[in-house]
Design a protein around this ligand. Structure first.
Ligand SMILES: Cc1cc2nc3c(=O)[nH]c(=O)nc-3n(C[C@H](O)[C@H](O)[C@H](O)COP(=O)(O)OP(=O)(O)OC[C@H]3O[C@@H](n4cnc5c(N)ncnc54)[C@H](O)[C@@H]3O)c2cc1C
Length: 302
């Protein structure tokens, strides 16, 4: 059992940082300094760290590519874990199952499938997150979600025990799963099917074009801010916002994208409060004008 983090940090392959800024670990480029930021490179060091936290009665937050997170500046007492490079391995079984480490980016898994003439994971080329974040969020686009392709996920719990969960035992919903928050996803297996590579490439290009035409590019954003609500008006959330909120509204550098009104943008140096105020402003306006309650897709960490 590890007793002291400073000596632990000298023995491990991974990195442990104290009072560490998370700004550059999120797409929104917002966030304060974490008490501890741990990047494990082996399962053993991850397990040791989790047992240390358990002994101290502390719990970590797992961060993936940070593309769905709004992190507060007040995280000086919080502990974050981000899986390191050794958790981004990818391989293929003879029956066309792809096994991917959970820190690998979705687009790299899509590319790997394409290179191996395997279809089914083209949609991953359009999601800027990691496999871990995608499973947690049941991410998806253009009609396919993680639930459609995931076979199983290997996880570690906060007691350091590793389990494999068959996707049949996971309840998936729109941008959520019932997987307990205290699990860290380590690797996952995905089903694919053989297809002509040219057709896969064509499909990826088509999906990327669709995405590029409808969403802002090269900006600091957390993607869709709110989920599409079930509503009697039968409108998408971007329509509800566009029709009921002045899209020039801003709080500091927190703004609504001109290209997609459900994408909020940090145009320079927005703070957590700026973005939070914009979220609440939009939510209130839509509720007052339409009666529809918006639910966040973006996850707030504070
Ligand atoms: C420009 C842009 C476009 C986007 N387009 C889409 C889209 O088309 N479709 C869509 O669904 N989403 C979209 N998103 C949102 C986002 O990319 C997805 O939700 C993505 O899957 C999040 O993955 P991540 O690795 O960034 O997770 P993070 O944002 O880092 O974390 C999200 C959640 O996953 C958890 N998590 C991350 N890794 C692990 C792990 N290893 N084990 C356990 N929990 C973990 C975190 O604790 C957190 O709860 C978009 C975002 C941006 C910025």
């Amino acid at each position: 059992m590890l007793e002291d983090l400073n000596s632990f940090s000298k023995k491990i392959q991974g990195k442990i940082k104290f009072n560490y800024s998370l700004k550059k670990h999120t797409w929104l480029n917002i966030g304060g300094n974490a008490k501890i930021f741990f990047v494990p490179e082996t399962l053993i060091e991850l397990k040791d760290f989790l047992l240390y936290l358990k002994k101290k009665n502390l719990s970590p937050f797992i961060i993936g590519a940070g593309s769905n997170l709004l992190i507060s500046e007040n995280i000086q007492n919080r502990i974050f874990i981000k899986l390191g490079k050794n958790f981004n391995k990818i391989s293929l079984t003879k029956d066309n199952v792809i096994i991917a480490g959970c820190s690998i980016l979705d687009k790299n898994v899509s590319n790997f499938a394409c290179e191996n003439h395997l279809s089914g994971l083209e949609f991953l080329s359009c999601i800027p997150g990691s496999i871990g974040g995608g499973i947690r969020m049941n991410s998806g686009c253009f009609g396919t979600e993680f639930k459609d392709v995931l076979l199983s996920v290997q996880v570690i719990d906060l007691n350091g025990n590793v389990h494999t969960i068959n996707s049949k035992n996971i309840k998936f919903d729109y941008r959520q799963t019932d997987l307990p928050k205290n699990l860290i996803f380590l690797s996952a297996s995905f089903k694919t099917s053989k297809k002509d590579k040219t057709q896969i490439v064509e499909n990826i290009i088509k999906l990327k074009e669709k995405k590029q035409n409808s969403q802002p590019l090269r900006v600091k954003t957390g993607g869709s801010t709110f989920k599409n609500p079930k509503n009697s008006l039968k409108k998408k959330v971007w329509e509800l916002i566009r029709e009921n909120v002045d899209n020039q509204v801003s709080f500091g550098d927190a703004k609504i994208s001109e290209k997609h009104s459900n994408f909020f943008i940090n145009s320079n140096n927005a703070s957590f409060n700026n973005m939070y105020d914009l979220i609440n402003f939009v939510k209130k306006r839509v509720k007052e004008s339409t009666g529809v309650s918006l639910e966040l897709e973006l996850e707030i960490v504070n």
